[in-house]
Write a protein that binds this ligand. Structure first.
Ligand code: PA5
Length: 341
């Protein structure tokens, strides 16, 4: 069966529904894996991920679930921090391969002599890094819809670089399918949750590995449903955002707590008490929790669910979840400037 061929790349819902399948379509080539083994021979001081928007998310999600003595940072900018030196490994991710911030920060890393890997479907990035250190993604997807494809390259790359025990993403994909059965039982169906969000502004709040999931959800509501959304992190919200609860109801803000089965007792208490205080002020926070066996599975399961909610919201509001006209206009206007990247 040709899974890739079966996914309709003009239909966001079809791509989101294929999330578990897309997680297992491509694997790292032998050549790419060998390059990672070679890079590992030198002492790795850190891993620096480069990428913007939809291409940055996989790195952020990976960072959330991989525990390592080696620092992993994510750069979403034109340049890399000074402390990133030759002994750091660079993983540049750009679905289109033409994102200027990613290309420029990659070139800076190359100048410093760092070992660079690229994950892209084409564009200028294809020629920036030798082919044995480039993982080529299938073309034709929106970058944000390609998340499972990008993740299935970023996650094993970092796993290998750090010498971590291999996690088979096929097994995770199978689990995601099972977790999906909780939609409509343990949590609302995505379409019902989307209906609930109409006319409201969600603030997704996550702790630890679910913080990047909160950020992803915010981006998906922005890009797919063309609607405002925010994200925040617990315990930090307990030191500032909690004071703004009085305005939540007035401004139609609705806190969405991404709850984890892996929460520490203290974090659970913080979520519960925050929930109660919000309720005392007339605001009704919503909690999302899915039964899952690992932090990785939980991360991807909640991401998949909220991706689907964002597409359902787009459909209800009547906007096209595929087009990102304003992002394109901005990129075109910048490109019309003389500076060539
Ligand atoms: O989702 C999107 O389309 C954007 O957030 C892009 O991912 C972002 O503009 C960067 O482009 P690329 O992913 O091609 O590097």
């Amino acid at each position: 069966m040709n899974l890739l061929g079966e996914i309709d790349r003009t239909d966001m819902q079809s791509m989101v529904d294929a999330f578990p399948e897309m997680l297992q379509i491509t694997t790292l080539t032998q050549e790419f894996r060998q390059s990672i083994q070679l890079a590992k021979k030198d002492n790795i001081e850190g891993i620096c991920l480069l990428g913007m928007g939809g291409s940055a998310i996989s790195g952020l999600l990976t960072k959330g679930v991989i525990h390592s003595d080696v620092p992993i940072i994510s750069v979403r900018n034109y340049s890399i921090p000074k402390f990133v030196k030759q002994s750091w490994i660079i993983i540049a991710v750009s679905y289109s391969g033409n994102t200027e911030e990613t290309l420029l920060s990659l070139r800076e890393a190359k100048k410093k002599g760092s070992t660079c890997f690229a994950i892209t479907s084409g564009g200028k990035m294809r020629t920036e890094v030798p082919s044995n250190r480039t993982h080529v993604l299938p073309k034709g997807f929106q970058p944000r819809a390609a998340l499972p494809l990008i993740f299935s390259a970023v996650f094993p790359t970092i796993e290998l670089l750090l010498g971590k025990e291999h996690i088979d993403l096929k097994l995770i994909a199978a689990q995601l399918k099972k977790t999906q059965k909780q939609w409509g039982t343990e949590i609302r169906k995505p379409e019902d949750f989307a209906q609930f969000l109409v006319g409201k502004i969600p603030i997704f709040t996550g702790w630890s590995h679910l913080f990047p999931v909160a950020y992803r959800a915010k981006c998906q509501i922005n890009e797919n449903a063309k609607a405002a959304a925010f994200y925040s992190e617990l315990p930090e919200v307990n030191h500032n955002e909690i004071e703004s609860v009085l305005t939540f109801t007035e401004k139609k803000l609705v806190p969405i707590f991404l709850r984890s089965v892996h929460e520490t007792r203290r974090i659970s208490q913080r979520f519960d008490i925050t929930h109660d205080i919000y309720k005392d002020y007339g605001c009704e926070p919503v909690s999302i929790k899915l039964r899952s066996q690992s932090k990785l599975e939980e991360t991807l399961a909640i991401t998949h669910y909220l991706d689907r909610v964002s597409v359902n919201l787009a459909n209800i509001i009547g906007v096209d979840p595929i087009n990102v006209d304003r992002i394109q206009i901005l990129k075109k206007r910048l490109a019309s400037d003389n500076e060539t990247i």
